[in-house]
Design a protein. Structure first.
Length: 424
């Protein structure tokens, strides 16, 4: 996390304000501006936690705030602690502590050992801009609260940021959900992360999700979720990345495209390669289409790259998918409320019926991909090489990046698609 102080602005400040609200500053407004109210709330938090109350969020303060970023605390067990007393102390159900600490014996707590304590709020926020740092916090939090969820990295971005994935379930039917191939479509990130958190909670509590038993779903299927394929790009779009050589390089690229708003119009990775035009499925046709539009070199959008899979993010997705060999994949984009279901004349068995089911539960339309944008995408390659159902879901309506005010509707519209992808 960055050093933050009075006058700082941006998504890191939003995240700080969110953490302070979670820690007790309920009246603090989340606006991304470090003003006097944020400074006062931070000084109170620092004083309450034995820190120098200087109103500056440096490394020590961020460490103290870590539980409010990730949604869990690590509690060192003291003499006299019991699971019941800890549940009261942290205001969480005893069952949540037991879930987070499988095998723990209530009558035999090891003094000096540690316990993972879930905190009484949802991990995944839906009221702040997402950054690569926030993605990491959410992944860590979900895996800590629900140890049956596996967290891993499928690769790294140009800037070396992790490409996270979460895995839930033991079933043989493997399903792969991914989001944010395009930087200014970052609202799809919390859609997948919130689904992972809700599914994990329902499984732990023996509950349902979209009317389906979570335990039955995860006994019969395994879902793998890559919430953010382009972490560098989303940091650029949301304002987390504002300086340095990579930012300066993006500025230089953007100057050749003055009609594309910067950074909000940026879809590509940080080197100006459109990650959803990188897959070996008609890549040459995609290059011809985009070159005809004048996009022949790195650009905010629509540059196909020097060759297929030349970007590390798309190569990582390709390799991970080959190793996983899922029976179905969903690639989340925005916008249009459309489901694209086939590539050229490839129609995997059952894929149209599944698309119609998805349309019925979401209200989205089922359409063929337009020729101008119908090549070299992740979904195109998956259908071509696996002959299995693959879908591009264009969520929401409007102009990218879509505002967070659309999140609740987008999530409600897509909960059925995400759930039934494991059941069909």
């Amino acid at each position: 996390m960055k050093l933050l102080k009075h006058g700082s602005v941006g998504p890191s400040v939003e995240l700080l304000q969110l953490a302070l609200r979670r820690a007790g500053a309920q009246a603090l407004n989340i606006d991304g501006v470090f003003g006097s109210a944020t400074k006062d709330a931070l000084r109170i938090f620092q004083a309450d936690n034995g820190l120098a109350a200087d109103g500056i969020a440096g490394s020590a303060t961020h460490r103290a705030l870590a539980p409010y970023y990730t949604g869990f605390a690590e509690h060192r067990i003291h003499r006299g602690d019991t699971l019941f007393s800890l549940a009261r102390q942290y205001n969480v159900p005893l069952s949540a502590i037991l879930t987070a600490n499988p095998g723990i014996k209530a009558e035999n707590l090891n003094v000096g050992g540690s316990l993972v304590i879930p905190l009484p709020f949802d991990i995944v926020p839906t009221n702040v801009k997402f950054t690569s740092t926030l993605v990491s916090f959410c992944v860590r939090g979900i895996a800590a609260r629900y140890p049956f969820v596996k967290a891993g990295q499928l690769g790294k971005s140009v800037m070396g940021k992790p490409l996270w994935y979460l895995a839930l379930g033991e079933g043989e039917k493997r399903v792969f959900h991914n989001a944010a191939h395009h930087a200014n479509e970052w609202i799809t990130i919390p859609v997948l992360l919130k689904f992972a958190e809700q599914l994990a909670r329902a499984y732990a509590e023996g509950g349902k999700i979209f009317g389906q038993s979570a335990r039955e779903l995860l006994e019969n299927a395994s879902v793998y979720i890559a919430p953010c394929v382009d972490p560098d790009g989303i940091d650029l779009v949301t304002g987390e990345l504002t300086g340095g050589e990579y930012y300066d390089g993006a500025v230089r690229i953007a100057q050749s495209y003055p009609d594309v708003p910067f950074p909000s119009g940026w879809k590509a990775n940080i080197r100006g390669v459109d990650l959803n035009l990188q897959y070996p499925a008609g890549w040459e046709q995609a290059r011809e289409n985009k070159f005809a539009l004048g996009v022949v070199s790195p650009a905010p959008a629509d540059y196909v790259g020097a060759s297929p899979l030349s970007a590390p993010e798309s190569r990582a997705m390709y390799d991970f998918t080959l190793a996983l060999s899922p029976r179905l994949t969903l690639a989340y984009h925005t916008q249009g409320e459309v489901i694209y279901w086939r590539y050229l004349d490839f129609e995997p068995p059952g894929s149209r019926d599944i698309a119609d089911t998805f349309a019925a539960v979401s209200g989205y339309s089922v359409e063929d991909t337009p020729f101008a944008s119908g090549f070299a995408g992740y979904k195109d390659w998956f259908i071509q090489d696996f002959d299995r159902p693959g879908y591009t879901i264009e969520a929401g309506l409007g102009r990218n990046p879509l505002p967070l005010s659309q999140f609740d509707k987008i999530y409600a519209d897509n909960l059925g698609i995400l759930t039934l992808s494991m059941a069909l």
